[in-house]
Design a binder for this molecule. Structure first.
Ligand SMILES: NC(=O)C1=CN([C@@H]2O[C@H](COP(=O)(O)OP(=O)(O)OC[C@H]3O[C@@H](n4cnc5c(N)ncnc54)[C@H](O)[C@@H]3O)[C@@H](O)[C@H]2O)C=CC1
Ligand SMILES: O=C(O)C(=O)COP(=O)(O)O
Length: 737
């Protein structure tokens, strides 16, 4: 017997982390429904070659795989123990992936090793005299064993009866190391968690936020002003984080085919084409309120600096001039302050100014009278505010309504000698008109933190003596950056994981909170998936029939989740809950919400129904905490649907169910559970089987030939609680009839 060990190491899932991100990326990019384990054995899972080429190619997600824990050290130790010539990497990646694969190995510090690319690994292994292999694919392990090659199979599944004794199952690479080479070394490897996402950051954010993001994502820093660099970085990014300087145009959005989240680390989203993002199905997040105290205090700082003439007085003293008579500061007490926009920042300003015993008047047509009362601000029309205020301060977002809200005309209606403050957006105040008024003294002084074009290197305001200018630092206090960073980093990661977040700009606000909402929308999207498996052709109309007292915003979220998932099979377009309604409208799919019995005593239900030639209906029941699919085509189920399922529609006749079981048994598919439903004996019936193993295409083809079976569907539905890392990429779906 030959004692020399020649070792063939698989790459994906053995020397890399579990390759689920590859399936996820392929599904996201091409609208596929590959199971998360597809790239454990992509040829065996029939992943089309062009998809495999993309995945492993220069633009593909395989570049982002992290090395397996101890992967590099294992290769080094094997080469040292067995001889470098006796260790090779044998992968079923396509031959064209050589360059990117070698680059990945180099980048992650692997020693230069022989690499072979072949789907028929055994033929190559034979030719090279391989004696041992390490694999994570059962198919390859079985083939190795059949050829007399010992195989360590990385899996935590128990060994099934009848498996070749040449296959030894070990839980991980460390155990494989121990079996082959003796005790593994204990050298500490610094390991982060699994890196699942690529996040482009185009502006300075808080270091703690970066550290939080880096635990789950690769961070790519680019200069947001450099559009070419930004678009290049977005090529395979999952998220983009910006502040106010990066212009997120349609062109920028289009550069990120996998982009799912654009997060604004701050409040104003006027630098983001929110409509463009919505159409592309990209979620936009911001951090409302996180920097409101900062912007409010900055406004007060500018105001006091102006009324106390601090900058000039300071400069004079530094220059050795003691000019006590030149300066004429004045008090705020008793003055009238006009606040335009009484949102989060405007409120902070009002609360602080009350302490100065000022008279506060405010203009904001979108907030309730009570809010004015709470803040001690008298509500007035804009015209009156202009006419009466000694100080006018703007705290509105830049919108078509607010652009040039203070122009030459408005200035002409102001109280002569008033002060203007702008810590909102440059576009809100016409700079030319303000500069002119400052020159003539019509406006006595101004404090400005924001400019129409930033960074501002020129402005008509530059050089005027009665203006204090700051470079958009209103929201930049340490505390604000920390609070913004915390909100944006946690919710960006949560949104990438598919969780519900409270700070979405382009989803309707939901009255339901995070986990409850998420449980419900997760089941709703499973219902959408099931509906699209039952009804594979896109329908013309989808009805969502709601029973019980359900707030409309919750129904909207539920509809968007179900529709987005169904549309993944009904169109090639990229669909998410953000653009599901828009895409449906474009495709001529009429989505209709029908309110049934709104009795609050009823357990709420959402029925998703398509009619026409092939009508189907899937019903989700929700006890306001847990949700589940409890009805298919009006057949009630005893348990909510989840897991890997075979669903048949058949005639209730003796023998049908048994024959399905026999066929599955022949294909080694284990049945874990069964539910049947019928309306009457001998009539139309339904059967739902939970299975432990993948149902081969051939088995499904046989099942539909059983007399009495009308149609059969294979579908994998998520449980209500996500596995970590499973955003919503549950497995494949097929139908046969
Ligand atoms: N200088 C800086 O660094 C910072 C600037 N900002 C800017 O301040 C502005 C306000 O921020 P927040 O108070 O956090 O936002 P917010 O959304 O809480 O408040 C904005 C308020 O403006 C009101 N509004 C909208 N259109 C209006 C109109 N045509 N006339 C009168 N009122 C109108 C809204 O009803 C709302 O109450 C935003 O433009 C934001 O970008 C915010 C933080 C930092
Ligand atoms: O939050 C806002 O709207 C701001 O204006 C702050 O902008 P920044 O993040 O400092 O570029």
């Amino acid at each position: 017997m030959n004692d020399v060990i020649r070792l063939a190491l698989d790459l994906d899932g053995v020397l890399t982390e579990h390759p689920r991100i590859l399936a996820h990326a392929a599904n996201e990019t091409f609208g596929l429904t590959l199971p998360l384990h597809a790239f454990v054995d992509s040829a065996g899972c029939n992943v089309p070659l062009e998809i495999r080429r993309w995945v492993y190619g220069p633009d593909g997600p395989a570049r982002r795989l992290r090395p397996a824990p101890k992967g590099r050290r294992f290769v080094e130790a094997a080469r040292a123990a067995l001889g470098a010539e006796n260790v090779l990497i044998l992968t079923a990646r396509p031959q064209e992936a050589r360059a990117t694969t070698e680059e990945w190995l180099r980048e992650h510090g692997f020693p230069a090793c022989a690499i072979r690319f072949a789907d028929d690994k055994v033929a190559v292994a034979h030719a090279l005299g391989v004696s041992h292999a390490v694999e994570d694919s059962v198919r390859h392990a079985t083939a190795y064993a059949a050829a007399g090659i010992r195989c360590l199979l990385l899996t935590t599944d128990p060994k099934p009866e009848g498996e070749s004794p040449l296959i030894e199952r070990v839980p991980d690479l460390a155990a494989a190391w121990e079996r082959l080479l003796g005790a593994p070394d204990e050298e500490e490897e610094v390991e982060s968690g699994p890196i699942r996402y690529r996040i482009v950051i185009s502006d300075v954010i808080d270091p703690a936020a970066r550290a939080r993001l880096a635990r789950e994502a690769e961070l790519i820093d680019v200069d947001g002003q450099d559009v070419a660099a930004l678009t290049a970085a977005l090529r395979d990014a999952d998220a983009l984080i910006v502040r106010s300087e990066t212009q997120v145009t349609r062109e920028v959005l289009a550069a990120g085919p996998s982009l799912r989240v654009v997060a604004r680390a701050g409040t104003g989203v006027d630098n983001i084409d929110v409509q463009g993002a919505t159409e592309a199905g990209i979620l936009v997040l911001n951090a409302p309120g996180a920097n409101a105290v900062s912007a409010g205090e900055h406004t007060i700082a500018l105001l006091l600096a102006l009324t106390r003439q601090i900058p000039d007085a300071n400069a004079a003293v530094h220059a050795g001039r003691w000019e006590r008579k030149r300066f004429k500061p004045f008090d705020l007490q008793g003055k009238t302050i006009g606040i335009v926009g009484l949102g989060r920042v405007g409120s902070v300003v009002a609360q602080r100014l009350r302490a100065f015993e000022t008279r506060l008047i405010g203009y904001d047509p979108y907030i309730a009278r009570e809010r004015f009362q709470q803040l001690g601000v008298e509500p007035v029309p804009y015209e009156r505010l202009l006419a009466e205020a000694d100080v006018v301060t703007f705290h509105v977002p830049a919108t078509s309504e607010t652009i040039n809200m203070l122009d030459a005309d408005a200035i002409a209606r102001m109280k002569p000698g008033a002060i203007v403050l702008n810590c909102a957006r440059g576009e809100v105040v016409d700079q030319e008109a303000l500069a002119e008024a400052l020159r003539t003294g019509r406006v006595a002084a101004a404090g400005v933190d924001v400019f129409p074009d930033e960074p501002a290197y020129t402005s008509p305001l530059f050089g005027l003596p009665n203006v204090i200018l700051t470079p958009h630092i209103g929201g930049s206090s340490r505390e604000a950056l920390a609070a913004v960073g915390e909100m944006i980093s946690t919710t960006t990661l949560a949104a990438l994981r598919g969780e519900a977040v409270p700070n979405a700009v382009n989803l309707p606000p939901a009255s339901l909170q995070g986990p409850e909402l998420q449980r419900l929308t997760r089941v709703a999207s499973a219902a959408g998936r099931l509906l699209s498996v039952l009804r594979s052709a896109r329908p013309e109309r989808l009805e969502v029939i709601v029973q019980g007292a359900v707030p409309l915003d919750v129904t909207e979220r539920v509809t968007a989740a179900a529709l987005a998932e169904a549309l993944r099979r009904w169109t090639d377009r990229r669909v998410t809950p953000v653009n599901a309604r828009l895409v449906a409208r474009d495709l001529g799919l009429d989505v209709h919400i029908v309110t049934g019995n709104a009795d609050p005593a009823l357990v709420p239900e959402f029925a998703f129904e398509v009619d026409g030639d092939d009508p189907h209906r899937v019903t989700v029941r929700w006890d306001r905490n847990e949700a589940g699919i409890m009805e298919i085509d009006r057949f009630s189920l005893e348990r909510p649907l989840a897991g890997d399922l075979l669903i048949t529609r058949h005639w209730d006749r003796p023998g049908v169910v048994g024959r399905v079981g026999t066929i599955l048994g022949r294909y080694n598919v284990n049945i874990a559970g069964m539910q049947v439903g019928r309306h009457e004996r001998g009539g139309q019936a339904i059967m739902v089987l939970n299975v432990d193993d993948i149902i081969p295409e051939a088995a499904l083809a046989e099942i539909v030939t059983i007399p009495g079976i009308e149609s059969a569907y294979v579908v994998s539905l998520p449980s209500a609680v996500p596995e970590s890392g499973d955003a919503n990429g549950w497995g494949a779906a097929r139908a046969a009839r």
